[in-house]
Design a protein around this ligand. Sequence first.
Ligand code: NAD
Length: 368
Amino acid sequence: MKTRRSFIQTVAAPILALPLLDNEIREKLLADIPYDGPVLKVALMGLGGYATIVANAMQSCTKAKITGLISGTPSKLTAWQSKYGVDPKNCYTYQDFDAIKNNKDIDIVYVITPNGLHKDQVIRVAKAGKHVICEKPMAINAAEGKQMVDACAKAGVKLFVGYRLHFEATTLEVIRLRKAGEFGSIRFFQGLSGFKIGDPTQWRLDKKLAGGGSMMDIGIYSINGARYMVGEEPVWVTAQETKTDPVKFKEGVDETITFQMGFPSGAIASCLSTYAMNHLDRFFLDGEKGFAEMLPSTGYGPIKGKTNNGEITQPHVTHQAKQMDELAEIIFSAKQPVVPVDGGEGLKDLRIIDAIFEAVRTGKKVMI
Ligand code: NAD
């Protein structure tokens, strides 16, 4: 029987090498050939809401597989073991997971716990010699983020952030059009990111576990999006905060922040992060020649995009499945993503968040 590799080498290679072959057709041809390359063995840490979305999405991955679980709740471990076919010997608690060090069934740990726990957990995984994917925000401030980047570098393991939109087709198409000069020189970006948060007792409203409020959770999408849409790093920020419910949103937990970022070219971004308004998920990029609008821009999709030339039509693929397959390729084939997803990328966003909080506190423009 032909393996995928031998099929690609003997039959498909001459076709795939044709210079005029469209990228989309190339992808489709490859998708029809069964995958027989290496598979990334992933342990999920923190079996909550988002881990459930990741685990379900990963059922359609070809290059990544759930092989391990880490949780503080024994009943969840049992239920997830049988649901996702995970060997009980690859299941750990928060107390004993350092033992993954000797487990060849785990290549990488995906940390999907509350933000305030990320730093210590990522550093422990790195010390156990495994690669790490950490959910956004990577940490609760840049100082913690830097410790994580340093610890992973010292341990010789890779650190990724769960920036699923960096692999999303409509997002990548807007970036391609911007790079091709379709919008001319970029002058303006608007990012609106928010939803109305419920239960006042949840960890997202606890400063210690969340690191802040809406900014850490949802505003980060406008920060990260501004950077990949404009294609530059901001050099200054200004910011203003407003609170309509100081009982629910305690000291250090932001409800609504508007912020502005200035880029070296002179482009500016104007953004809103909120826990007080529903269905707020829009990016707008404008240049001298044209615009791109994404609405919605960061939800689980389908992401919808249009430009001054009309609608962007890209296929919707479950974000988390695409992300995990792409991460496997980054690890196994040193593939370079269009927009980085490494710890350095997570740290850049944290530095901007620190600056936004300082701008809110001082009322001053803060240089980055
Ligand atoms: P969640 O509350 O649904 O799940 C958190 C999990 O962590 C639970 O299983 C909980 O038991 C566990 N946990 C371990 N120690 C805990 C502690 N001390 N306190 C509270 N819970 C503890 O939260 P979630 O929505 O899954 O978010 C987890 C992480 O994923 C966050 O960093 C969040 O920002 C991120 N996230 C990312 C996306 C995305 O689209 N990339 C979406 C949602 C959440």
